[in-house]
Design a protein around this ligand. Structure first.
Ligand code: HEM
Length: 424
């Protein structure tokens, strides 16, 4: 397979970001999206800094890890709160935010003086690994706003309602939901692990891990500077994604606006996470043509079946000589197309996952850990997933096995904390 065709620009290789690439991306992001999360390069005077030396600021108008060019790894964790005290919840978010700010800058978390007789405050496994573009994105689950918990029911965003059931899904409750989410993305999996390890340790007595998910090989390009990666089905994924440089689309489809519902979410966004297992036994036995008809794109080039280059527009009306739709009626990109969903779009920022195999059958337990950010799940994820669950040819090859929804508040100002607008 020849890869790398039709790139919108000469993007950085998957793990070989150079300082120039990153700075170029930072300028594009900073100017185009009005973000404070422009990427900075700390402590290096060489023209080509290693990717490990790249830091993404934690503080800013929006949380990092959303518009940030997708890193190579995720460590995602959902927590259950074991307290009903608003003061405890506020203290946890304050502690987490301070820790996240120092970890994302490449530092350790050591707020107090310690002695050799005490356990180390920082667990230590990321020492010397650099910031590795770590981002820590925090979200609140619907339970935080439930009646009788923290007295926050009057501040609940209507967009944060539990997702409705979808036909065909087989959700594992132990791997779904949660009161708090921590999405740690980095270009080094140990740096992402360290973030979740440390934050769960800091939560002791207030919140405990409910489920977690490791992901690798970002399955979406989220900026124009990135080349489109392949998912575990071998298809380019992210071609028609929202790109973070597109400030208009980020405002229209990703960032909650002042007029939407609750003011404290303005500049935040809603995250939907779905673990989707791929049935490789069925998929791998499907002909190349069958696979391409399932997705609606050419496997090698990523071009829509109505065109010949990756970025050719998806023409749902195109027909072949025998009158057949070039993009089949049940193709994934037809059913998911904004053209069939009132123009609504999603920022997809998922990762592949692989967790061994089913001991009884030997089949791989692997697939897509789908993560999408949006301004309104009611207008975006839910109607798209309703249609996909009913009509998508991909359903023969996939099974949704876990699900969660979180409200990710706007970013914090330096010294502040995530969720300050609602918890204070
Ligand atoms: C294992 C599950 C899935 C796989 C393997 C998969 C794969 C793909 C691929 C290969 C594309 C075409 C390239 C691109 O434009 O990015 C695509 C497009 C897309 N997918 Fe998925 N996808 C999956 C699940 C989902 C789910 C659950 C949703 C949302 C509910 C979704 C929404 C979309 C959207 C909105 C597009 C872009 C359509 C367009 O603008 O033309 N996908 N997906």
């Amino acid at each position: 397979l020849e890869t790398g065709e039709d790139r919108p620009s000469d993007g950085p290789a998957r793990s070989g970001l150079t300082r120039r690439d990153v700075l170029t991306g930072a300028v594009a992001l900073g100017v185009g999206a009005g973000l404070d999360h422009a990427i900075s390069d700390r402590g290096s005077s060489s023209a080509k800094a290693p990717a490990a030396a790249v830091a993404v600021p934690f503080y800013g108008p929006h949380q990092a890890g959303i518009a940030t060019p997708a890193q190579d790894y995720v460590n995602f964790a959902a927590f259950d709160l074991s307290t009903n005290s608003l003061a405890d919840l506020r203290a946890l978010l304050r502690t987490w935010s301070a820790a996240a700010a120092s970890l994302t800058a490449g530092g350790t978390h050591e707020p107090h003086a310690t002695t050799a007789a005490q356990p180390p405050q920082d667990t230590g496994e990321a020492l010397g690994l650099g910031p590795a573009q770590l981002t820590i994105t925090i979200g609140f689950g619907p339970g935080v706003f439930a009646a009788g918990r923290f007295g926050l029911i009057g501040h609940a965003p209507p967009e944060l309602a539990e997702l409705p059931p979808f036909p065909g899904e087989r959700l594992d409750p132990a791997r779904s939901g949660g009161d708090l989410a921590v999405q740690a993305c980095a270009n080094d999996p140990q740096v992402a692990f360290h973030a979740v390890h440390l934050l769960s340790r800091l939560a002791a007595g207030t919140a405990r891990l409910r489920w977690s998910q490791l992901g690798f090989g970002r399955t979406s390009s989220t900026t124009k500077a990135q080349s489109t990666p392949r998912n575990l089905m071998g298809f380019k994924d992210g071609t028609d994604n929202i790109k973070a440089e597109n400030a208009t689309e980020m405002e229209r489809y990703v960032w909650a606006q002042r007029e939407d519902s609750v003011e404290w979410m303005s500049g935040g966004t809603y995250m939907v996470a779905r673990r989707i297992r791929i049935r490789f036994d069925v998929w791998d036995a499907t002909s190349l043509t069958g696979q391409e008809q399932t997705i609606g794109r050419n496997k090698l080039t990523g071009a829509p079946l109505s065109g010949s280059h990756e970025y050719d527009p998806v023409n749902l009306a195109a027909h072949g000589p025998a009158g057949q739709a070039l993009i089949p009626n049940d193709a994934h990109i037809r059913i998911a197309s904004p053209q069939n969903n009132g123009g609504q779009r999603l920022l997809r920022r998922g990762y592949s996952y692989s967790e061994g195999n089913d001991p009884a059958t030997g089949r791989l337990d692997a697939g897509l850990f789908f993560i999408a950010f949006q301004r309104s799940p009611t207008r975006q994820f839910i109607p798209v997933q309703d249609r996909l669950a009913a009509f998508d040819a991909l359903n023969r090859h996939t099974q949704h096995v876990s699900s969660a929804i979180f409200a990710c508040p706007p970013g914090a100002r330096a010294g502040g904390f995530i969720g300050e607008g609602v918890l204070s």
